[in-house]
Design a protein around this ligand. Structure first.
Ligand SMILES: Cc1cc2nc3c(=O)[nH]c(=O)nc-3n(C[C@H](O)[C@H](O)[C@H](O)COP(=O)(O)OP(=O)(O)OC[C@H]3O[C@@H](n4cnc5c(N)ncnc54)[C@H](O)[C@@H]3O)c2cc1C
Length: 383
């Protein structure tokens, strides 16, 4: 079968790109290959996670005409509170400071998956995977594990951090484990969250609470790998006690603790975003620590920029892909560096760093220019 674009990986980023392509270039044949069926509840990209979309990403989804349906599942973030547990320094951001209705929106990724599933109409090769690739003058010949042969003018690599396709293309990637895993769960709190999102740095790793609809909150608790099994197996009452110790009583007692899931954390960076007639984006290009909630926000900006730069005559044309890579470098470099710095700074538990971090947070809150610059970047308004 002949395709204009084959997207490898129909997760958050790959499926969003497929939708964007269908809207902008409706004359193209677009296919998605993924070992997980889009219909199944086991699709790993659309699992029980909840993500914070920056205000910039909300604007991006509006541009893609995805936002109205996604918005139905969203909870606005009106205030952000960042502090070190037991420390004096803190940074607070409020909608009023930026004259916006929301600093971001919290959305369950399963809801985004459902919206995309209902809207997307492309060629699905799922469940299937690439068995071999061969470069041809005008694209790639792709043989799938099912035996089907495809030809594509552009190959889009969006198959996640452990990308097999990146390897098939011979693109190197660095992989630095953070020696931390994120445990997530939905919970309720005795006091209403009133649109506050919290990031609390503790001596065992960061803890984030994101406000959700129906008075729930989404917890992201980072723990050392040695503590993962015990933390997952803890009875709910003990787990609530642990959260209380790490977060305190600002929101009263933690109740209704939902199912816990675990994600080992790595910084994975692809050495290149592009090969001949191929691009690498989303987690396949950059897998980040969730501390600053930037992974999908960054992947969405990859998608929006690609849609702007593709040559409408030939999606694999060199000039459009080179321009895209060039445009993405600055934003990627800044976002990866800031996220990695935060992840490392706030996970080392040296006493001197504790004082420095506290002083830094306190100072940042009183330095409007620096605070707003960081906020601007985190809110996805500067790229
Ligand atoms: C705990 C946690 C909290 C997070 N919070 C936030 C947040 O608040 N804000 C934010 O912006 N981001 C957040 N993220 C990051 C966000 O989830 C990711 O950036 C996003 O899922 C990346 O999407 P992706 O499609 O690039 O990759 P993935 O979600 O990894 O999807 C990869 C897809 O490729 C498929 N695939 C795998 N192997 C193959 C193969 N061989 N061939 C074809 N397909 C394949 C998979 O089935 C899947 O569909 C968080 C992540 C975690 C772990």
């Amino acid at each position: 079968m002949k395709l204009d674009i084959l997207i490898v990986g129909g997760g958050m980023v790959g499926a969003t790109l497929a939708w964007g392509l269908a809207r902008r270039f409706d004359h193209w044949q677009v296919g998605i290959v993924d070992p997980a069926s889009f219909e199944q509840s086991v699709q790993p990209s659309f699992d029980d996670r909840v993500i914070a979309l920056s205000a910039g990403s909300v604007a991006g989804l509006e541009q893609l005409e995805l936002w109205p349906e996604v918005a139905e599942h969203g909870q606005a973030i009106e205030h952000i509170h960042v502090a070190e547990k037991g420390g004096f320094g803190r940074v607070q951001l409020h909608t009023d400071d930026y004259a916006v209705k929301a600093l971001g929106q919290v959305i369950p990724v399963r809801a985004i998956g459902k919206v995309l599933r209902d809207k997307l109409n492309c060629q699905w090769f799922c469940p299937d995977r690439i068995a071999s690739l061969s470069r041809q003058a005008d694209g790639y010949q792709v043989t799938l594990a099912s035996g089907q042969t495809l030809h594509t003018k552009l190959l889009v690599v969006a198959d996640g951090g452990q990308s097999q396709t990146r390897r098939l293309l011979g693109i190197e990637a660095s992989d630095k484990p953070y020696r931390q895993s994120a445990i997530i769960a939905n919970i309720k709190t005795e006091k209403p969250h009133q649109g506050w999102a919290f990031e609390r740095f503790t001596d065992s790793g960061p803890l984030a609470l994101l406000p959700m609809t129906q008075g729930r909150m989404n917890l992201v608790l980072c723990v050392r790998p040695d503590d993962v099994d015990a933390t997952l197996a803890m009875p709910k009452a003990d787990f609530a006690k642990l959260l209380q110790q790490r977060f305190g009583w600002r929101l009263g007692a933690f109740t209704d603790i939902g199912e816990r899931h675990c994600y080992p954390l790595h910084l994975i960076e692809s050495a290149s975003l592009r090969a001949d007639r191929a691009v690498v984006l989303g987690n396949a290009a950059h897998s980040l620590h969730p501390i600053a909630g930037q992974g999908f926000n960054l992947g969405l900006r990859d998608v929006l920029a690609l849609l702007e730069n593709l040559d409408s005559q030939d999606p694999g044309a060199w000039a459009g892909l080179a321009r895209w890579e060039q445009q993405r470098r600055g934003d990627l470099g800044r976002t990866i560096a800031t996220t990695d710095l935060l992840a490392r700074l706030f996970t080392w538990d040296l006493k001197s760093l504790y004082l420095g971090r506290n002083a830094g947070l306190g100072l940042l809150n009183h330095l409007p220019v620096a605070k707003h610059k960081l906020a601007w970047q985190m809110l996805g308004w500067e790229n």
